[in-house]
Design a binder for this molecule. Structure first.
Ligand code: G6P
Length: 468
């Protein structure tokens, strides 16, 4: 058996580290750029400029051109993109991944009004999910080097392991959930066939990893409830790459963004959040808490600006589109009610601008992370490392990062209790300089205890753990 760390590495995820746009002026017909999203910012630096192969779905026309070329090197990555039929992809990604599985793991289903699984989905959308997993398995079987550790990421790809194990017994397979895992009562909202397929698919890995022991426990409970043997499990929270963050923070783009923000904020205190507009992130209640504070304490009006850098995502899912509209309506109502000629309470910016987000975290006085339920929340950790001002972190105990940071100086925000979140905001804003420094330094130590290298090392060790 190979020792941990000596195996070739294959990463498998729905969204790849690089995305391609058709560009007739480029020598090979495409222009590459770094892919969007938390998964890539977390995992990307681990395997950039190595021989690791990253297998992902083709999502743009440029990606589809690259898919025909097999394994391709771009932006420091060796990527292998899979061209999928657009209707199949929609069923797999929008319906199963983003509606059913994301909702079930984050507890977003309304059990009264919304059918968790509409009629026809087992033969339709679930068949598409199986099909896409088969295509990913085919790519792993064809392209994984002999003896590789195959690191499968997230809820999109729960079913490929049995097929890969049968065809390539030389490979070691680890599945990692970047989301929470549904406890039994929620997983039961899926049809039995789907629930058992998922658990059997996960079981076929050599190990399954989670960001927090809460999600690991929920997985184990769901296995017990379904009378299914669990996979070997491990807990391994991801961490930001400090060098990668520093490089962006010292870029010209971040410097420009900082001076733009200074013009917006002036002398006011700066509360910041950086999120996809995502139901589980609880953006709307965060604004409601801010409004509750302005209502209860009128003296605060004009003294604080809430910078919300919230960019739209997954608009193919009707519930996201509805939520994005509700969030914007909330911002408009709050700004109309409390704003003056010289002060806008919420500075709302929906552009997905990475250096600007990094700049906002550098200059924030308070950072709000109040999810309903969240696998980890890398932004919470990034905020701690980036702050120039001993930023205070208002954190929900439902974020996976709570396990590492909850005792290390955060201000607790119950995500369902708007009044409690408002009080946490007030306390964080009012903390003395000494207290701010004490909390920020304790948080920095907690975050700096881990780097992405720890995460990768733990995946590779987990790959060796189960001899079966
Ligand atoms: C976030 C989650 C990941 C998930 C990713 C997918 O980063 O933390 O668990 O894989 O979103 O996002 P996407 O935009 O590709 O649907």
């Amino acid at each position: 058996m190979a020792a941990a760390g000596t195996r070739p590495i294959v990463i498998v995820s729905n969204r790849g580290p690089v995305t391609f746009a058709v560009d007739d002026a480029a020598p090979d017909g495409v222009a590459a750029r770094r892919g969007a999203g938390g998964l890539v910012s977390g995992l990307g630096p681990l395997v950039a400029d190595t021989d690791a192969v990253w297998i992902a779905a083709a999502m743009s026309d440029g990606d589809r051109l690259v898919a025909e070329r097999g394994v391709t090197r771009a932006e420091g990555y060796r990527v292998r993109l899979i061209d999928l039929d657009p209707d199949t992809f929609t069923d797999y990604y929008d319906r199963v991944c983003n509606e059913a599985l994301w909702f079930v793991h984050h507890g977003l289903f309304d059990p009264v009004y919304e059918p968790a699984w509409p009629p026809g989905w087992v033969d339709g959308a679930w068949a598409a999910y199986r099909d896409v997993n088969r295509r990913f398995a085919d790519a792993v079987i064809a392209d994984a080097p002999e003896g590789a550790a195959v690191l499968v990421q997230d809820y999109h790809l729960c079913l490929l392991a049995p097929q890969v194990r049968a065809a390539r017994p030389d490979l070691r397979l680890v599945h990692f959930s970047h989301t929470p895992f549904a406890p039994p009562a929620w997983l039961r909202m899926l049809p039995d066939e789907v629930r058992l397929d998922l658990l059997d698919g996960l079981r076929a890995h050599h190990a399954c990893g989670f960001h927090s022991s809460r999600w690991e426990r929920d997985y184990l409970d769901s296995c017990l409830d379904a009378d299914r043997a669990p996979c070997a499990t491990f807990v391994s929270p991801l961490a930001p790459d400090p060098d990668d963050l520093r490089a962006t923070a010292s870029s010209d783009a971040a410097a420009t963004a900082r001076s733009d923000l200074a013009a917006v904020v002036g002398d006011a205190a700066f509360v910041v959040r950086v999120d996809r507009i995502e139901l589980s992130k609880n953006v709307r209640r965060g604004f409601q808490a801010f409004a509750a504070l302005l209502e209860a304490e009128p003296d605060r009006r004009g003294t604080v600006v809430f910078g919300a850098f919230c960019y739209p995502s997954r608009l193919g899912v009707p519930a996201y589109d509805r939520y994005a509209k509700a969030v914007i309506a909330e911002v408009e109502a709050i700004n109309a009610r409390y704003g003056t000629d010289t002060w806008t309470p919420i500075h709302y910016d929906p552009t997905d601008d990475y250096p600007r987000s990094i700049a906002a975290l550098q200059v924030a006085d308070v950072v709000v992370v109040n999810p309903i339920r969240d696998g980890l929340n890398l932004v919470a950790k990034e905020a701690v490392l980036l702050s120039d001002r001993d930023a205070q972190l208002v954190l929900s105990p439902e974020a996976g990062a709570w396990e590492e940071l909850g005792e290390a100086g955060v201000w607790e925000a119950d995500p369902f209790d708007v009044g409690a979140t408002a009080r946490a905001l007030a306390d964080a804003l009012d903390a003395s300089a000494d207290e701010r420094a004490r909390r920020a330094s304790s948080l920095r130590a907690a975050v700096a205890a881990r780097t992405p290298a720890h995460w990768l090392d733990e995946q590779l060790r987990a790959a060796e753990a189960d001899p079966s």
